[in-house]
Design a binder for this molecule. Structure first.
Ligand code: NAI
Length: 541
């Protein structure tokens, strides 16, 4: 530790505030710069909890927590570790959505890099301004498709900032090597362009061609400046997300959480749903209601997972049908993109979900349509008539976009449905039994995969790693939890869950020959010795 006095107090990674010991206060010229009391980290946490309790709403709590993260990183992560179930929805979804909408108004500090398309030709120089030289992950968004909020331009920076906080909170990835980045290529959002406090480029979005060439410069610059860095694409517009992942996933270390992370967590929930229904994956018929980046991403991950069970890609795609705003995707449909076309199976045109269900006879119905109340009583009854245990995932969020609520799914199916949602619904009591609805949140997956990528310095992040994560995660649900309908483990144990998942994924990285380090005798030991612990320097001695 070489910083002294106020410079040390202003360094978020080194600041211990009132917990600096007497010896440290003497050594670092801090005497008089802090109140006399010398406190423990736990006492500091107590004060934070008290201050948080006085905040009038969750957005104010978000602002408070992010200021804390800027001032004292150790205390921030210690606080979050005391109750992840309570804090995850504040630092991330859903409160981060409100924070993004207000980003220009609640702005305090930059928290990452803002790479404007006007800096084309100078990306390397801009990246080199970041003070950390060993950046291991960059979470990059264009802010064009943030949660369910659409194009919010540079206001989307709240997402990379929040996602990187989840790496550390949920999987103990050391925060020093994490870089949130907003790739600012303008916005189509007229009200933001008219807002005097908007902080991004004040023009319409660049063309796809310009964006792709700028991304190419960015990806090249990252390879050169941070050779061990993994690029995490987050909340890009659907078409951009699919195109850029296809372009880069076999060339550089990168992944897209909206596509691969979503696919993986749904796969984990499906593995457990099939444990409950005692059925084989290769016998399922899946109807995807919604054929955007989530629907197509989940379908792609299912195809990859079935391939590992010996099912050909063509046969696997044959098990999946897509349905979108214009109806069932079948060969007569026009305007389909290349990904969607792969699932256009011979079928008469229909715009009725009920008709499609009665003719395709799906065992699994997955909603990613963004439209609430679309899984009606008739839909649930039809699925229940066709299947002893219909699998119903209503993944659209926020809550009022869910295709059906947990209560509706259990009630209308008379307790038969195996249910998951994109949001957390409360337990449902029906016929003397309590059902625990699952929240299929990507947060279970991407931090664990990234911990594995971090410890192994993996060269790539292929689908196989996400499938391995799904398998490992699904195995962590107990039979008692399965009996109650829970398909993923409870979030209160998130750190231990993700460390276990990461160990299995790290083994896969070595098996696939992707690691840039030698395989150690004990992979669990390697993972455990790399974990970030929210402790002050004197606590580690
Ligand atoms: P998107 O906008 O790319 O796709 C939406 C799709 O739904 C399109 O294919 C559209 O044609 C279709 N659609 C719209 N209205 C419809 C209707 N009335 N009937 C049938 N289909 C309709 O959106 P994206 O990114 O695919 O996300 C979809 C939803 O899934 C969002 O609400 C998102 O929050 C949720 N999601 C949940 C995740 C999770 O639970 N882990 C992860 C990712 C997304």
């Amino acid at each position: 530790m070489t910083l002294q006095g106020t410079a040390l107090l202003h360094d978020k990674a080194l600041n211990e505030s009132t917990a600096f010991t007497s010896a440290e206060r003497l050594q670092f010229g801090l005497t008089g710069l802090l109140p006399t009391a010398i406190e423990t980290l736990d006492t500091q946490v107590t004060r934070c909890l008290m201050q948080l309790a006085k905040k009038p709403n969750l957005l104010e709590q978000y602002i408070y927590l992010n200021q804390l993260a800027d001032e004292n990183q150790t205390l921030f992560y210690k606080l979050l570790s005391t109750d992840p179930e309570r804090f995850l929805p504040i630092v991330y979804d859903p409160v981060v959505g409100a924070a993004c909408l207000e980003f220009g108004h609640i702005y305090r500090r930059p928290n990452g890099i803002y790479l404007s398309i006007e800096q084309r030709g100078k990306v390397k120089e801009v990246l080199s301004h970041w003070p950390v030289k060993d950046v291991r992950f960059i979470c990059v968004s264009t802010g064009e498709r943030i949660l369910g909020l659409g194009d919010i331009g540079a206001n989307g920076m709240g997402i990379p900032v929040g996602k990187m906080q989840l790496y550390t909170t949920c999987a103990a990835v050391p925060p020093g090597g994490l870089l949130p980045l907003l790739l600012d290529s303008g916005t189509e959002n007229g009200s933001l362009l008219a807002d005097p406090l908007y902080l991004g480029l004040r023009h319409k979005r660049a063309s796809t061609k310009e964006l792709d060439s700028f991304v190419a410069e960015f990806v090249d610059a990252v390879q050169e400046i941070y050779p061990q860095c993994c690029i995490h694409f987050e909340d890009w517009k659907g078409g951009d997300a699919v195109r850029l992942l296809a372009k880069y996933k076999d060339k550089v270390c990168c992944y897209n959480d909206d596509i691969q992370g979503t696919g993986s967590v749904i796969l984990a929930a499906l593995y457990n749903a099939l444990k409950i229904s005692k059925e084989r994956f290769k016998d399922q018929r899946i109807l995807m209601f919604g054929a955007g980046s989530a629907g197509v991403g989940i379908s792609g991950m299912i195809v990859s997972a079935l391939a590992l069970e010996g099912v050909s890609a063509e046969a696997a795609r044959g098990q999946i049908s897509l349905f979108d705003v214009k109806g069932l995707i079948e060969p007569a449909r026009t305007g389909l993109d290349a990904e969607q076309k792969q699932y256009a199976h011979k079928h008469a045109p229909t715009t009725s979900l009920l008709d499609a269900i009665n003719s395709i006879k799906p065992t699994i119905l997955i909603g990613t349509s963004t439209v609430g109340k679309t899984f009606t009583k008739e839909v649930l009854e039809a699925m229940s008539k066709l299947n002893p245990r219909p699998v119903i995932f209503a993944l659209s969020n926020p809550t009022d976009h869910a295709e059906c609520t947990a209560e509706q799914a259990y009630t209308w199916s008379e307790g038969k449905a195996i249910y998951a949602a994109g949001v957390q619904f409360p337990p449902v009591k029906l016929g003397g039994k309590t059902y625990l609805p699952t929240q299929a949140n990507n947060v279970y997956i991407f931090p664990a995969v990234c911990l594995a990528v971090y410890v192994t310095a993996s060269k790539r992040v292929p689908d196989e790693l996400f499938i391995e994560a799904a398998r490992a995660l699904s195995d962590l649900v107990t039979s008692h939890q399965l009996d109650q309908g829970l398909l993923l483990p409870p979030q209160k144990d998130i750190l231990q869950i993700e460390i276990k998942t990461a160990i299995t994924v790290a083994e896969k990285v070595f098996e696939l020959g992707l690691a840039r380090i030698d395989k150690p005798a004990d992979i669990a030991k390697l993972v455990n010795s790399s974990l970030y612990k929210p402790e002050y320097a004197h606590m580690k001695k």
